[in-house]
Write a protein that binds this ligand. Structure first.
Ligand code: GLU
Length: 433
C-alpha cells in the first residue's frame, strides 16, 4: 500500500496542501503502507529546486517525513514511452488549433445551446502548414467511467461529455494529466487522496490507467478547505509552516485541526502523528467543505500544551523551568513562548503594580506576616488565613492585591502552588513594594 503527495515546487506549502500531505501520510501509516513525495516539476519555468527544498523542510518541520521521493523532471523518458504506447494504440492524436480558434469554436457551440466539448476527429486531425501540433488523449466514449470513491461514494462519468484532454504542448512539454498517471503506475501508488477539484481529472486518468493496462488506484477526494465565513482569503490560504512559527504555535496543533475538520470526528489535541493515524477513518469524511481557522489552531494549541508532559518540551523551555515549574505553568499558557514571561515571576524582577494607599498598607502587613512564616508548609494558606483574621478582608480584596504584588499579573497558576516556588526573600520584598 502506498500513498503519495504531489505538490508542484512553485511555492511553499500552504494549509490546503499541508492537509492533503497529512491525509496521505496518515492513510499510509494507518494501513502500514509507505508515503511518497512526488515533486510535480514539469513546469520548468515556475518550478525551482529552492521551493522543492522548502517543501522538504516544511514536511520535516511537521514530521510528515516521506519514505520515498521522486521528481517528474527525472522521468521524462518514461512519459515519452507511455506517449508512444498510447499513440500507437490510437489513443493520442495531434491537434493544430490555436487558442483563439478553440475559443471561437467554444462560443459557436455555446451559441447553439450545445455543451462546449472539443469536436474531435474520427481518427486524426489534418496537419496545418507551418504549425507544430499539440496532443490530446482520446477518451473511450463507450467505456463509462465509474469508481467507488473513498469519500464521495459511487462516481459516474460519461466520457462523451468530457473534452479529450490536451496532454502535451506543441513545444513538447507535458501537462499534468499523463505524467501523473504514469508515475502512479510505475511508482506503484495504490491510494490517491486529494482535493475534490481533481475529481474530473480522476475520471480522465482512470481511462489512462486502463489504456496503459495498469491497475487502477483507489481514489478518495476530500471536500475543499474554506474559512469560517466562506472562501479562504488569499492570505489565509497561502499561510503554512511560516505562520505557525510566526504565531508560536505547535505543529501538532495545526495537524490536529487539519486531520479532523471535514470529518464527523471532533477536533481534539493529538500529541503525535501515531495518535492521529490511529483515529484516521475515511468513512467519517463528509461532503461539506472543511472549515479552517487559525483561531481554532490557537485554541487546540493551548489545550495541547495544558496536557503536555515536561519531558516532551524540556529541550524547548528556558533555563530554570524544571518539571515542577512546568507542571504549574502549563495550564496557564496558550503558547510555549508564554513560559518566558513567567520566568521572571520565579527568579527575576517584576514591575511593581500600581496600588492605592489602602492596598499598599495591606501589603505591608502581608510582608510582615510572610516574614514570620515557615516557607515549606502551606505557605499560601497560612498567609491568607492570618491576613483574613488580621484585616477582615475576604475574597477578591484579600487575594488579588497579593497575587498582583507577587506575580505582577491579575491571573495565573494557583497561588498555593506558585508561592512556594518563589523564595521567601523575593516574595517578601515584592509585598513591601
Ligand atoms: N501537482 C498536482 C497538484 O498539486 C497533483 C495533483 C495530484 O495528482 O494529486 O494539484
Amino acid at each position: 500500500m502506498k500513498t503519495r503527495f504531489a505538490p508542484s515546487p512553485t511555492g511553499r506549502l500552504h494549509v490546503g496542501n499541508i492537509r492533503t500531505a497529512l491525509q496521505n501520510y496518515l492513510l499510509a501509516k494507518k494501513m502500514g503502507g509507505s508515503f511518497l513525495l512526488r515533486l510535480d516539476d514539469t513546469d520548468a519555468e515556475r518550478s525551482t529546486e529552492a521551493y522543492a527544498q522548502g517543501i522538504r523542510e516544511d514536511l520535516a518541520a511537521l514530521g510528515l517525513v516521506p519514505d520515498e521521493e521522486a521528481k517528474q523532471s527525472d522521468r521524462f523518458d518514461r512519459y515519452e514511452a507511455a506517449f508512444e504506447t498510447l499513440r500507437e494504440a490510437g489513443r493520442i492524436y495531434a491537434c493544430y488549433e490555436t487558442p483563439e480558434e478553440l475559443e471561437l469554436r467554444r462560443k459557436v457551440l455555446l451559441g447553439r445551446g450545445l455543451p462546449p466539448i472539443y469536436e474531435r476527429p474520427e481518427v486524426e486531425n489534418d496537419p496545418v502548414e507551418g504549425r507544430e501540433p499539440h496532443w490530446r488523449f482520446r477518451l473511450d466514449h463507450d467505456a463509462v467511467i465509474e469508481w467507488e470513491d473513498g469519500v464521495r461514494g459511487p462516481q459516474h462519468f460519461e466520457p462523451a461529455k468530457i473534452s479529450d484532454p490536451v496532454i502535451r504542448r506543441a513545444d513538447g512539454s507535458w501537462l499534468y494529466m499523463l505524467p501523473s498517471t504514469v508515475d502512479d503506475i510505475e511508482l506503484a501508488v495504490t491510494d490517491v487522496m486529494r482535493g475534490e477539484d481533481h475529481v474530473s481529472n480522476s475520471a480522465i486518468q482512470l481511462q489512462m490507467f486502463d489504456a496503459l493496462g495498469a491497475d487502477r488506484p483507489r481514489l478518495a477526494h476530500t471536500a475543499l478547505l474554506v474559512s469560517e465565513s466562506g472562501k479562504l482569503s488569499k492570505r489565509e490560504g497561502s499561510e503554512g509552516v511560516g505562520a505557525l512559527e510566526e504565531h508560536g504555535l505547535e505543529p501538532m496543533a495545526l495537524l490536529s485541526v487539519l486531520a479532523r475538520i471535514g470529518t464527523s470526528q471532533p477536533v481534539e489535541p493529538a500529541h503525535d502523528l501515531e495518535a492521529l493515524a490511529a483515529g484516521f477513518d475515511l468513512s467519517t469524511f463528509g461532503r461539506a467543505p472543511a472549515r479552517f481557522s487559525w483561531d481554532e489552531v490557537a485554541h487546540i494549541n493551548a489545550r495541547l500544551l495544558h496536557e503536555t508532559d515536561y519531558e516532551a518540551v524540556a529541550h524547548r523551555l528556558p533555563d530554570g523551568i524544571g518539571p515542577e515549574r512546568w507542571a504549574l505553568l502549563r495550564a496557564n499558557i496558550e503558547r510555549l513562548d508564554d513560559v518566558a514571561g513567567w520566568q521572571s515571576v520565579f527568579d527575576g524582577e517584576i514591575a511593581s503594580p500600581d496600588m492605592d494607599d489602602e492596598d499598599r498598607a495591606y501589603l505591608g502587613e502581608a510582608a510582615d506576616v510572610a516574614e514570620s512564616l515557615d516557607w515549606n508548609g502551606d505557605t499560601w494558606g497560612a498567609l491568607t488565613g492570618a491576613l483574613k483574621e488580621k484585616t477582615g478582608r475576604k475574597g477578591k480584596a484579600l487575594f488579588l492585591p497579593l497575587r498582583l504584588a507577587l506575580t505582577g499579573q491579575r491571573s495565573g497558576p494557583e497561588m498555593a502552588a506558585l508561592l512556594p516556588l518563589i523564595d521567601k526573600a523575593t516574595a517578601t520584598a515584592r509585598l513591601r513594594g
